[in-house]
Design a protein around this ligand. Structure first.
Ligand SMILES: Cc1cc2nc3c(=O)[nH]c(=O)nc-3n(C[C@H](O)[C@H](O)[C@H](O)COP(=O)(O)OP(=O)(O)OC[C@H]3O[C@@H](n4cnc5c(N)ncnc54)[C@H](O)[C@@H]3O)c2cc1C
Length: 499
């Protein structure tokens, strides 16, 4: 008799949501998390009275969050408080032009008429095209398992209306955006989001161009910090008997004859189960925890063909003044071509940029209790940061990088910032690797070009090891808060179907 029905490795969103759903369906579930916090990239830590989100700073497209709660016979509104963030962005272009995009598509059109009149007509058409695609895709594409080519083909049979959007499956993100928008302002404000799937616009898959619209369906922040989202799934799971152990690193997945038998923790403890859900990076899972020697050759070749996703340095600032910001998110953006150029000529070459396109998150605008009274929290997500730096490393560079970034932001977006910083912390790509065991600090699991998307991503039901399931950013539908939760539903449903 095994110790547990299901063991989940990692208490990220994919792990907690899949574990909680399995528990609500009567299975005895244990979640093992190596760090002392749940939530992984979607978590929050405290320092000197300031509460900093480790990674994710907002959630948009909450359908999958709703669906995961519904699968446990409860609802998002009963379990989690989410406050809308409106405007979505305060944009600052290279020439200093500054404007905000509100949630409302119509009010956004008013802004576009002023800042990019050439695209004023295209915007409402783009929005309604992507709205229609999203209505279909949230179930057909992002909410469905993509285990076999049959699943992919069935998607079009079950949802023939998707054929109208065929070009999104065969084009790049950049192709889609350039087809719709002619002005640099619109191209960059709708293309930056390609980095939310970990690639520049030229390399990201066309289906993700919906991100330029999806934020207008609602962008939210949970009071108390992003950790409230994983905690909500933990709480519901625990009501159904799910156990969560922090400080418990899994070092091995035990297999016999390519069937899961359990796991071994870093302290040598062996825990048995015939079912394991992995919420960790799929390359680490297969190549280290299971071991190449236990994989069929095709699986070995397959998993080695992926690359870890991009990383990013994130700076956490506690400040003793109210920053002059207009929105939860301020985006210093650059022309689309410069984003692509940055990828090839700076990021890929292991260099650090002088000019940074960056995202500033101001969570205390939404929840002042995240900082001492009169103080604020500002998190800076700087340009993608290479894991390997040319001629140096992040531990040597980080203090100078914090200083340079604060200086850059003081000059371009938040005058006076430099004089008001009380606490400054950073997660470099190396720190993300140490904190969350993400190889090369990969913040979205694996890179996600078209060739590693949907059915081409590591499968939620392992094809080489029986009893092994995957949830989280490394499997379909990929990185991001809603996708990670969506992957949790898919893994739990597959277990229900096959086990
Ligand atoms: C800087 C940054 C900004 C982001 N911004 C946003 C945003 O604004 N909006 C958005 O939607 N998404 C954002 N994301 C992406 C989003 O946060 C992630 O894609 C999502 O949270 C990943 O969830 P996951 O289920 O893959 O688990 P992860 O968050 O990857 O968690 C995996 C967990 O497994 C644990 N673990 C690893 N190895 C082991 C082991 N051997 N044993 C036990 N436990 C282990 C880790 O400690 C971690 O807690 C951001 C991510 C980062 C890093």
């Amino acid at each position: 008799m095994a110790d547990y029905d299901v063991i989940v490795i990692g208490a990220g969103l994919g792990g907690l949501s899949s574990g909680a759903i399995c528990a609500s369906r009567g299975r005895k579930v244990l979640v093992l998390e190596q760090s002392d916090l749940v939530g992984g990239c979607c978590s929050t830590f405290e320092k000197e009275g300031y509460h900093f989100d480790i990674g994710a700073s907002i959630v948009e497209v909450v359908d999958s969050l709703e669906n995961a709660f519904a699968a446990m016979n409860t609802s998002l509104s009963d379990e989690l408080d989410l406050v809308p963030c409106d405007p979505i962005y305060d944009y600052i272009l290279k020439d200093g032009t500054r404007f905000q995009f509100p949630i409302s598509v119509e009010e956004t059109a008013d802004v576009i008429r002023k800042v990019a009149p050439a695209d004023a007509e295209a915007w409402p058409r783009f929005a309604s095209y992507m709205k229609e695609f999203m209505a279909l895709a949230s179930d057909a594409v992002f909410g469905s398992p993509m285990v076999t080519m049959g699943d992919f083909a069935r998607m079009f049979v079950k949802y023939p209306a998707l054929l109208k959007f065929g070009e999104l499956f065969t084009s790049s993100y950049e192709d889609v955006i350039k087809k719709w928008f002619k002005s640099s302002a619109m191209q960059q404000t709708t293309a930056y989001q390609a980095f939310y799937v970990g690639l520049p616009p030229e390399l990201a898959a066309g289906v993700y161009a919906l991100l330029g619209y999806s934020e207008h369906e609602g962008t939210y922040y949970p009071p108390g910090g992003m950790i409230q989202i994983p905690k909500a799934y933990q709480k519901v799971g625990e009501r159904h008997g799910m156990e969560v152990r922090t400080g418990a690193r899994v070092d091995r997945v035990l297999t016999r004859n390519r069937q899961v038998e359990g796991v071994v923790l870093a302290d040598g403890t062996e825990i048995t189960s015939k079912l394991v859900i992995s919420n960790i990076n799929a390359m680490t899972l297969y190549l280290k925890l299971i071991g190449e020697e236990n994989l069929p050759w095709l699986a070995r070749v397959g998993i080695k063909s992926y690359e870890p996703s991009m990383s990013v340095p994130m700076i956490y600032l506690g400040v003793d003044y109210k920053p002059e910001l207009e929105a939860h998110h301020t985006l210093i953006t650059r022309p689309l071509e410069e984003m692509d150029d940055y990828w090839y000529n700076i990021y890929k070459k292991g260099k650090l940029p002088d000019d940074m396109f960056s995202l500033m998150c101001w969570p205390t605008e939404t929840d002042p209790s995240l900082a001492p009274e009169g103080h604020h929290v500002v998190n800076l997500i700087m340009t993608p940061g290479p894991y390997r730096l040319e001629g140096t490393d992040w531990d040597r560079e980080k203090e100078a990088y914090i200083e340079k970034s604060i200086d850059f932001v003081s000059r371009t977006a938040m005058p006076g910032l430099k004089e008001h910083v009380k606490v400054a912390e950073i997660s470099t790509p190396l720190d993300f690797e140490r904190r969350l065991l993400h190889p090369e600090g990969a913040i979205y699991g694996l890179q996600q070009p078209t060739t590693a998307t949907m059915v081409f991503r590591p499968s939620a039901k392992s094809k080489s090891i029986k009893g092994l399931y995957l949830s989280g950013a490394s499997t379909h539908p990929g990185g991001g808060v809603p996708s990670a939760v969506g992957s949790g539903i898919i893994a739990a449903d597959l277990i229900e179907k096959y086990e």
